[in-house]
Each structure stands twice: as C-alpha cells, then as structure tokens.
Ligand binder design. Structure first.
Ligand SMILES: C[S@@+](CC[C@H](N)C(=O)[O-])C[C@H]1O[C@@H](n2cnc3c(N)ncnc32)[C@H](O)[C@@H]1O
Length: 252
C-alpha cells in the first residue's frame, strides 16, 4: 500500500469525485433550479456556478443552452471540470477563485451554488463576504440560489458514510464530529484507491459550519438582496426543524 499524507479539502479526492457522486441526480437538481427560476419569474441566460467542483451542474446547464461560468477554490477540481468541458465542447469557462474573493469582471442573470458548498466557508465574515460578492455579480433582476446543510444534518451525522467492500475500486470511510459550541462539523475522510496491484491511501479533513436560517437571512439582506426565500430542499415548502438541507433564494 502506498500512503500519502493528509491533503487540502477537495484536492487528492478531485480525480475520484465523479466516481463518488455517481448516484447524485444532477439533472434533477438542474430541473429544481429551473423550477425556482420559473417560480420567481427570473428567466436566466447567463449563469455562474459558484463552487462548481468538477463542473457536473455547469456542464448540464451548458448543454441545456445556458452560457455558463464555473468558479471553484480548488485547482484540482477545476482541472477535472476543464477536462470535461473540452470533452463536451461545452464552452463553459472555469476559473480558480474563492467565493469570498469572487471578482470575475462580469455579471450574471443567475448564480447557483449547490451541494452545501458554501458551508465550507467556516468564517462568518468570509461567508457574508461571499454573499455580498454574489450580489455584486448579479444583473438587475438577478437571482442567487444556494443550498446549505443544516445543524440538524450535522447532529444526525449525515456525513458518516462508508463503502468498505473489498471488491470496490474506491473504498472510503467518513466520520464526522459536530461541535455545538463552534457550530463546526469536522469530517475525517479516508480513501483507499486500487491502482493495479497497488492500493493508495489518502485522507482529507473537511470542515463545515452550520449557519442558522436567521443569520443567513440577515446576511443576504445586508448584502443588498431585496427578497429572501427559504425552501426545504427540492420542494417549494418552507423548511422545518427536520430539514437537513435548505435552499436559499436571494432576489436582487
Ligand atoms: C461538495 S463540493 C460541490 C461541488 C459542486 N457544486 C457539485 O454540486 O458537485 C464543494 C465544492 O466547493 C468548493 N469550495 C469550498 N469552499 C469554497 C470557496 N470558499 N470558494 C470556492 N469554492 C469553494 C470545493 O472546492 C468543492 O469543489
């Protein structure tokens, strides 16, 4: 077995991310985003996929006819996304940039950030800055759609996942610990990848912060949004205390 030391979040795992996300219904997620665009009567042509990862949603949006830009902090994730754009000839432009430092020099009709990406910004000031930057990158009548894991998800240990079948080419074990005081969830991720006769082992530690609905709402208004709406994920119902994922919609 070859060992590599602990790596930055979303770096060593980047080449395996799509394999791990095989069962994620990105197409259905895109339809949910489009449902929200219709619901708020905010037709969009140009979309920013903020924290786009390996570009799974970006590519689908582009194939559906949107002009898409994808931004992510991880160069390794962007490398995968660019490879995909080349394969698909999708025309998506991908950039390495931190959401809290977003400065793309262009504006968008819609900004989307899916799969609890923004929970990864654990400093509230930087999180608020990311929301401000999103607002500044929207056209008048623009819409910002993102989802966040709730504290309930962390308490319920929804990050604790494993696939340890010896025959699996990619095995993993993720263990989480949530600290109510700091509102931080620490996820220790271990991976074993079969490479021919060899097995490579690597780890990543991911940190997410549980933001309360009221603090996010306040930050969105402070960023300048005229209206803020919350939904239990993938529905048009308000969240309740058992919502593990909440969608936020900010209208400019
Ligand atoms: C769970 S992945 C989701 C990726 C993609 N949105 C998807 O649905 O597959 C979270 C992504 O957020 C990115 N990320 C985390 N913090 C970020 C930040 N401050 N700025 C930009 N990207 C960030 C990570 O690099 C990672 O690619």
């Amino acid at each position: 077995m070859t060992n590599s030391s602990a790596s930055e979040p979303f770096s060593a795992v980047a080449p395996y991310y799509d394999q791990l996300m095989q069962s994620i219904p990105y197409l259905w997620w895109m339809h949910y985003v489009e449902t929200l665009l219709d619901y708020f009567d905010r037709p969009a042509q140009k979309v920013l996929d903020l924290c786009c990862g390996t570009g799974n949603l970006s590519e689908l949006l582009a194939l559906s006819g949107y002009e898409v830009v994808g931004v992510d902090r991880s160069a390794a994730m962007i490398e995968q996304a660019r490879r995909k754009a080349e394969q698909h000839q999708s025309g998506v432009r991908y950039y390495v940039q931190d959401a809290a430092e977003l400065d793309s020099g262009e504006t968008f009709d819609a900004i989307v950030s899916l799969f609890d990406s923004l929970n990864n910004i654990i400093e509230p000031e930087r999180f608020a800055e990311a929301l401000r930057r999103a607002y500044q990158h929207l056209n008048p009548d623009g819409i910002f759609i993102f989802d966040l894991n709730t504290e309930y998800a962390f308490v319920q240990k929804m990050f604790d996942q494993r696939l340890l079948e010896p025959s699996a080419p990619l095995r993993y074990r993720w263990r989480s610990r949530y600290d109510k005081e700091s509102r931080l969830c620490t996820v220790q991720m271990e991976f074993w990848v079969r490479e021919g006769e060899q097995e490579r082992y690597f780890t990543e530690t991911h940190l997410q912060r549980a933001y309360t609905e009221s603090e996010v709402r306040e930050m969105l208004y402070a960023a300048g949004f005229a209206e803020v709406h919350l939904f239990d994920a993938y529905t048009l119902h308000p969240p309740d205390r058992r919502s593990d994922r909440v969608f936020y919609v900010g209208l400019r």
